[in-house]
Design a protein around this ligand. Sequence first.
Ligand SMILES: [Zn+2]
Length: 493
Amino acid sequence: MRKFTISMALVLAFAAGPSAQQADPVKAAAGALGAGALKTLQFTGSGANFSVGQNFTPAEPWPRVAVKSYTASINFDTGSLRQELVREMGTTMPRGGGAPFTGEQRQIQVVSGNFAWNLGAPAQAGGAPPPAAPQPGNAVERMLMLWATPQGFVKAAMANNATTRKAKGGTEVSFMVGGRYKMTGIINTQNDVERVQTWIDQPIVGDMRVETAYSGYKDFGGVRFPSRIVQSQDGYPSLDLTIATVTANPAVDISVPDNVRTAQPAPVAVTSQTLADGVFYLTGGSHHSLAVEMKDHIVLVDVPQPEQRALAVIAKAKEVIPNKPIRFLVTSHHHWDHLGGIRTAIDEGATIVTHQTNKAFLERVAKTPHTINPDRLSMSKRSVKIQTVGDMGKLTDGTRTIELHRLTNYEHTGDMLVVYLPKEKILAEPDAFTPPATPTTPLVVTAVPYAVALYDNIKRLNLDVQSIVPLHGARTGDVAELARLAGKGNAGN
Ligand SMILES: [Zn+2]
């Protein structure tokens, strides 16, 4: 044993030898990028960002949204970053998901140390801005974004005892941030940071790779900086910026608002409402579920995010339908905001019922490593059971029937399965139609085509719907309201 240890140490020492003899590439990059003299940094640009987890099918890139202006302000000493984006949308949403909006949308996203928050615009011009909205779930991603900037990367490499090795095109530099998050980057032969990879926990795809590529380095008024930044998440572009200006050492004072510092996570609450005999609407968060009692089992529709809520939804389903196992989980579609609890459902032993285009993706989801934040499935390693559906599927116990219909001409997603209970005349769906706060509130203009598609599909399939049960929002609706908001007049049923 002892001999083995010594010989391993020799092998490691030998492996580290050649690069130790070269000039330190991290120091060389720090010199070229002027990192040592930078306490703060600001850069501006424009381009696009992309709605991660909202592609039209799992095999397509994330939907693109134009970013009219982008400003990042960084304080390296305090580990703070403020990003301000003005996104712009025309009259139609890109193919795929993402929250519908129209015109300009301003987003201000901030991180400082372990705290993250968003800032909103005042409700009226000149009015007081709303209080900061804590975003604890985004702190890691934003913190890693800060340390993935070229100057941030070399600073972090020096502070975290980076290891280096020769790689294609230059030197690969690796280190851990906060003892938990791996960062690895390439410093090329011009001493520029060319590419940085890191991994963050994502409830569905696990240890998700975030890669940022930097190109077109040039002198921006005394600071060497890339003129193009392209970031990808889970393999598809998530941010694409052309840089306009870079400012060295501007004033960047970011302090954590008191309400963010003291914020407590909202308690997980699942409430149940009986829609019909044995049909339960499970709400209490931003995303709802449906539990349907069958002769000897339960069918669940959607188990949203994250694992903690998924566990609470499963517990509530078993409380309102006692002594029956959850045998099927129907996923309405593959968008990540509706899939957050899918691994919990797989661990529970449910067969996943989904559109056929999602099979390969869900097989990957079931097996993907979750080492940063291990979940139940990563411990149990239970294998996934998938039952696919084409344009139409049916679950029945001989008494109750659940029909699944794929929406056609629906630009939000290619795989949307709406859930129809013919006996109860209930249709459940997310995203296609969320009844607005009050019946007189119009839909956001870019959401109207989705309502039109749902209405047209209900007519095409000749479904007799009394109640539309949305898996978002605060209330149920009906076809007359859908028709009116979809601009179909008072066509009613
Ligand atoms: Zn969606």
